[in-house]
Write a new protein. Sequence first.
Length: 406
Amino acid sequence: MDNPENGQQNDNYDGDIAENGYQAIEVDDNAAISDDDPDDTGSVEERVTGPSDDEEVQALSRCYRRHQGSVFSVAIDPTNGQFALTGGEDDIAYLWSLESGNILLDCQGHKDSVTCVGFSSNSKYFATADMSGIIKVWELETKQEIFAAECSDIEWIEWHSNYPVLLAGTTDGNTWMWQIPSGICKMYQGHGSKSTCGKILLDGNRACIGYEDGSIKLIDLRTLSTLYHISGAVGHSDAVTSVDIYSDGILVATSSLDGSIKIINSTNGRVIATHVASWPDDTSNDSNKEAEKSIEAVSFSKLQAIAASASLSGDLVIWDLPTQRQRYHCKHEGGISKLLWNPTKPFLYTGGLNGNILVWNGLSGECHKVWHGHYSEVLDLAISRDGERLLSCSSDGTMRLYSLQH
């Protein structure tokens, strides 16, 4: 293990090893962008994959390898953007320095693949969780484990935006809530269906949880009571894959394996709109079509009144929120596994099953760059709060860091 305090050479950087398919690439993420809104004719433009990263570029990509097997999850500390977390198939999580690329902590003690990692909102703590149900919390400054718990298999974790409170959703459908570091625990009991995803709303008092049976719940975190249960004909017909909260704190978006997204008013639990957002290839057989129609992610822009959805069939759709209509339908070569907006600029990034990351202009629907590097599917993406650094991880066992210079 590298110890940056001893000034040892970092041996985790693998950015120039051509035989492994890696090379240092530069990416211009700030091609000319029009601030004009698209026309209001209601028509939907279809975009296709644009230029590749062979052009002259301005940002550097580095590749790091330490995990043995797939890297399932990544996170960047929100306060300074100096630290990263990765969780892998090898039952280990690592704390990295993004400045030096050195590993600062080998987070041992997990019994299965570490599929969830995350920093608290003030970067004081970070959490690692595995598929066996073990969750651990560490203090960033001291690099010491300060809390551990065990529940049923963990599907997702989420830190509270204002307090040192950690939520986790499990396969038995329950949602656990711990106060850190005291370990005071509360549990919201589910209805028997796996809890697949969850987000805390901006008021900090409510959460939205998605389930394997397609239902969606809005819950009160103070009383652990159900505010609204959206199910049946108004819910999804298959598992919910992602949840996101709009900047107004009212709108909630959900995506599903059923090929649709829903926009929900969190104040009354009403489904405002349901959109079909995936169109599998007609040449695929029935089983492939069923799998490819899955919407893997839906996400709101932090800057404009637009949202984006991404599917395994390669459909990236940008939606206009005021009109609830498509702005652009973009085709990603290969399926899309992850979607992420830049918090400070109108760009979004999609990670593909083919290992590529594409950079899109959210205002025009144009693809500006195709970043090569991973030689297997992208499993997770994370971006720094200032929008200057992007992390990706893959089933090829690596993490890549992109320095986004605008």
